[in-house]
Design a binder for this molecule. Structure first.
Ligand SMILES: [Zn+2]
Length: 431
């Protein structure tokens, strides 16, 4: 059973080479499960027990199932995650020819990628393209995934870089630009990328107004390990939690409380966007639900007071080759339970009360729990949890699954952990 969820996660990630694809695939699954897409520009008619979702910027979504109980008393039961992962973004006017013979693409890093993991792999491009229509204010938007081994970033050979194994600094402007082609004629070197996009999307070159394209790794995800215990694939941070919250939403029985899952974009670059956790989109949605059901502003605040958020993002496992990098007493191991993340700095939202809530849920579900705290001499990352808390004063906890190689093009998570966290989410929704 564990493997079923792990394989489904791998499929979801393999089909989601950009955050736009992650949302589009989530949308297909939501529609298939009977969720109705709401138009944000219309007045909403919602009914008890109804299942709905919205998308924002095509790169984030919120899905919810209205509870059967009194929404003001039962409140919202939320799970938050994020759709974006570190990668490289193609810059405008990206083509650079070298020696009049190679064509490479100019890129910039998106988020905190481990750049060294991107060398010598088959890569391609995915994202979205904006296409001209009759109305300049409403260009069409098309997702694009060049389904081909298209690009590669070759390493400099060891003979020209003798210290490569001693730790080499990587220049983000110089060392990591991917090669697209060898070119023969002067003519070929301009607009190769735009021509390729026009071909792919079957539109005229001059109708392409702009693009947001990201590099992705072509290698499919795999189950690895003697006992098939590991999941090896990129973007586990944080599509694993997007997937887990979706599955829990689908597989949990309808409950008294209103179940809500939110997948934000731009967590890896600070969340300060209209589709990120620092935007009012979640607050607005919760308000609209309350108003659409005929309640007032005070009722909204009462419902908020009775709500709870799980901020779900991956956590650092103890690394077998660097076990000294972890805290001396809080040492998460892959496949040994979901991880509760804590920090005195409040870079995670967990507090004694919210930890108590989630531990209770896990006990009910029969799932082991581990704790993560940074070493006191190391600054860790953060999550959407504290950012969401700036928008909504809802009791919140930060949790996730143990992960190795976070932000590598290939990350390593646990098969059992993925099933366990789904079970904890289902129990949370149902209790
Ligand atoms: Zn993350």
């Amino acid at each position: 059973m564990s493997l079923v969820y792990a394989r489904d996660l791998i499929n979801y990630i393999d089909q989601s080479p950009s955050q736009f694809h992650a949302v589009s695939n989530a949308e297909s699954r939501l529609l298939e499960a009977g969720f109705i897409k709401l138009d944000k520009a219309e007045k909403w008619q919602l009914s008890k027990g109804g299942k709905y979702f919205i998308t924002n910027n095509s790169s984030s979504f919120i899905a919810f199932e209205l509870g059967t109980g009194d929404i003001i008393k039962e409140g919202f039961r939320l799970i938050g995650s994020h759709t974006d992962s570190p990668t490289f973004k193609v810059k405008p006017k990206p083509e650079i020819s070298v020696e009049n013979s190679y064509l490479k693409l100019n890129t910039e890093m998106y988020g905190g990628a481990i750049a060294s993991t991107w060398f010598d792999r088959e890569l391609s491009l995915a994202g979205r393209v904006s296409i001209k229509t009759d109305n300049p204010l409403k260009p069409a938007e098309k997702l694009v995934n060049i389904d081909k081994d298209l690009l590669t970033i070759p390493s400099l050979c060891i003979h020209m870089n003798r210290t490569v194994n001693e730790q080499s600094a990587i220049d983000k402007q110089k060392d990591v630009l991917p090669i697209l082609a060898t070119i023969n004629e002067e003519l070929e070197k301009d607009n190769l990328l735009i021509n390729m996009l026009a071909d792919e999307l079957k539109v005229a070159t001059e109708d392409i107004l702009d693009f947001e394209l990201y590099l992705y790794n072509r290698e499919k995800g795999k189950i690895v390990g003697l006992n098939d215990e590991f999941i090896s694939v990129g973007k586990l941070d944080n599509l694993a939690m997007v997937h887990a919250s979706l599955v829990a939403l689908f597989e949990s029985k309808s409950s008294q409380a209103t179940k809500v899952i939110i997948a934000n974009d731009n967590e890896e670059v600070g969340s300060m966007t209209k589709q990120g956790a620092n935007s009012p989109m979640l607050k607005n949605l919760l308000e609209r639900i309350i108003f659409a059901l005929g309640y007032d502003q005070e009722d909204y605040h009462r419902a908020i007071n009775n709500s709870f958020i799980i901020s779900a993002d991956m956590a650092h496992a103890v690394h077998p080759n660097y076990s000294d990098k972890s805290d001396p007493t809080n040492r998460p191991i892959i496949n040994q339970g979901v991880v509760i993340k804590l920090a005195a700095s409040q870079s995670y939202t967990s507090d004694a009360v919210s930890v108590g809530v989630y531990k209770g849920v896990c006990q009910k579900a029969g799932i082991p729990v581990q704790t993560f705290v940074n070493r006191s001499d190391m600054r860790g990352g953060s999550t959407i949890g504290p950012i969401t808390s700036q928008q909504l004063d809802i009791s919140s906890i930060d949790i996730g699954n143990a992960l190795l190689a976070m932000h590598s093009v290939r990350e390593l998570g646990g098969v059992k952990d993925h099933k366990d966290i789904i079970t904890s989410f289902i129990t949370y929704f149902e209790c």
